[in-house]
Design a protein around this ligand. Sequence first.
Ligand code: ADP
Ligand code: MG
Length: 248
Amino acid sequence: MSTLLDIQALTVSFDGFKALNDLNFRMEEGELRVIIGPNGAGKTTFLDVITGKVNPTTGTAYFKGKDLKKYKEHEIARLGIGRKFQTPRIYLNLTPRENLELSGNRAKSVFSTLLGQAATAEKRQVSSLLETIGLDYKADVPAALLSHGEKQWLEIGMLVAQSPDLLLVDEPVAGLTDEETEKTGELLVALAESHSVIVIEHDMEFVRQIARQVTVLHQGSVLCEGTMDQVQSDPRVIEVYLGQEVEA
Ligand code: ADP
Ligand code: MG
């Protein structure tokens, strides 16, 4: 295993307010990592830096040894970092199959498209992806008819169709039913067999379902890391989460 993401002394200031504050983080290839933390901890800003949407004020983020400061947002996507946003960005008038075909094509080189290579292999890939995301039985209906959960799975599938090395998923189960939440967990665990994945999440029961290694963010820094059991029994974590409950 080699290091996929190495983040050193990362600070992001917004008008003097440090959304990320001297943050250090490391992740190995093939890991499924869950990042938790109270509202405002800096979780989304962390993803914004990794995807090149926000530039670090100080510090460095390395992806596969490359300093991400040197790349623009679309170049970082091409380096192999794919991000799923909270609101699905799918074509509602197209079917799940068509949505997946489109995403796959966007990622391919001009040459393979010109040469018409591997068209059969692609069809097979789309079919197997439809099965993975549990939408094979709705593959050919307009995506507008999918439930909220099914739309989320389709978007995760569209991300996977672009073959990223690292999948970033921000709060994938917000607004889902319990059953959909559980299926989303199963999907992410399945995808983690062949991808490195970072999931940001609030829902603790969901985190328990999928988490191996958990990183807790608080006030822009890493508060602690460990298994779900270790993290949940850490007095600092309890204090941070209790504090939030009192505020809410
Ligand atoms: P989380 O995702 O953990 O809830 P965020 O990364 O969204 O936290 O935000 C961390 C902190 O940075 C919050 O206090 C938020 O208000 C602040 N923040 C985020 N983006 C900006 C911005 N563009 N300008 C100013 N403040 C911001
Ligand atoms: Mg957020």
